[in-house]
Design a binder for this molecule. Structure first.
Ligand code: F6R
Ligand code: MG
Ligand code: MG
Length: 381
């Protein structure tokens, strides 16, 4: 049977800064979904990661369906209304457009979806990250689908011997979807050459080359491309089917033990290690660190099992301690060098103003006239 999994996530307001949405707001979104999900959506699950609410939906209407997208847009809008009433911080922050226009992509929320032929048992993982951008999933996907040091199935399971196809998007191109398809293992150097640049090239999906089936999908929306200026980090979502012809759950999770450095953290303008956290965790130190949750399900006839929290295990406490150490260490150097993002990725416009002011004070020795040294390539808030 064909089932579509649609996962959408938005920051529509939070308590005490950008920490968490709160029980009342979660309740409003959940109630809206309960009242309006039928007949278009079969099942749904709501959770939060940091300040973002994620809504996972199952249905049979295929990807990009207007009714399903409208449902979740309206649920977020209802939530944003209540967030305003409560006086929550950043109420409606990620709802960048006033009106729904057929597809929630391009309106602010992060979305990824896949239409699948349900296997007799269909396990999958839903990931939600906060205080970072979609490129945060590049390295874990590369390692889980390409590297036998992380995925033992690549050398042990014949169903994976043919490898995987990566579809990678150039998210700096705003005129349309600029994508490239590359095959692992033959083209892994090309894949690595692109995925090294997390801000520009983002894995959109991964397919099995043995069966042609979709295996992983990532939200590729970048908020500044939508708003025309920086409005926050994109806080991406991802879904990965696991087991059988796909990597095992543990193989997909394994790369997250690295706590690799990603863009985001305080004011979306820093570098910080990605910490695997339990579902419904909050944000804290230096508005971070960047976090990711992983929730496992099986789906059968479009119905979800109860969730299993994949990062709720003693091993991940050890990893979290390691990542805390990495976070504190990089923060030791404050604004200096790689601890902060490059000029193009800084989230706040204040720096542009500052540079423009300093620009006027610069002098080139021995010259009266000078060319402009700094430019402001993108509008910022
Ligand atoms: C990052 C984030 C926070 C805010 C910071 C300042 O995505 O949400 O780090 O950037 O707390 O927030 P404002 O500018 O809303 O006062
Ligand atoms: Mg926020
Ligand atoms: Mg967020």
């Amino acid at each position: 049977m064909k089932t579509t999994l649609t996962l959408a996530k938005a920051d529509i307001g939070s308590i005490g800064g950008h920490i968490k949405p709160g029980a009342r707001l979660m309740g409003v979104v959940s109630d809206y979904m309960k009242r309006h999900a039928r007949p278009n959506v079969k099942d749904f699950y709501i959770s939060h990661t940091g300040d973002d609410i994620a809504v996972l939906m199952t249905h049979t209407r295929g990807v990009g369906d207007t009714r399903v997208h409208r449902l979740v847009w309206d649920a977020f809008t209802a939530g944003a209304g209540d967030a305003r009433k409560q006086g929550l911080y950043g109420a409606g922050q990620d709802l960048l457009k006033d009106a729904f226009s057929g597809n929630i992509k391009g309106l602010g929320p992060a979305v990824c979806e896949m239409e699948i032929d349900e296997r007799p048992n269909e396990p999958f993982l839903m990931f939600a990250a906060d205080k970072t951008d979609p490129g945060a999933y590049n390295l874990p996907l590369y390692l889980a689908f390409v590297d036998p040091m992380y995925n033992a199935g690549l050398i042990l399971s014949p169903s994976m011997f043919k490898g995987f196809k990566f579809t990678i998007m150039d998210v700096s191109y705003t005129e349309g979807d600029r994508v490239i398809e590359l095959n692992a293992p033959e083209q892994i150097y090309d894949i690595a050459a692109l995925l090294r640049d997390n801000q520009r090239f983002v894995v959109e999906s991964v397919h099995s080359r043995a069966t042609g089936e979709v295996c992983a999908v990532v939200s590729t929306q970048r908020l500044h491309n939508i708003a025309g200026k920086y409005t926050g980090k994109d806080d991406p979502v991802m879904m990965v089917r696991v087991q059988g012809a796909f990597p095992a759950t543990g193989e997909v999770l394994q790369p997250f033990k690295i706590g690799h450095f990603v863009a985001g953290f305080m004011r979306g303008s820093h570098t910080g290690p990605l910490m695997p956290v339990k579902a419904n965790s909050t944000i804290s130190w230096f508005d971070g660190p960047p976090v990711v949750s992983a929730t496992a399900f099986c789906v059968h006839d479009g119905k979800l099992t109860e969730p299993a929290d994949a990062f709720d295990h003693p091993l991940w406490d050890y990893v979290r301690n390691k990542v805390s150490r990495k976070a504190i260490e990089i923060r030791e150097q404050g604004f200096s060098g790689c601890a902060m993002l490059g000029y193009d990725e800084l989230e706040y416009g204040g720096i542009v103003k500052k540079m423009d002011e300093l620009e006027k004070v610069f002098k080139i020795r021995g010259h009266k006239e000078q060319k402009t040294a700094f430019s402001s390539p993108k509008k910022r808030r």
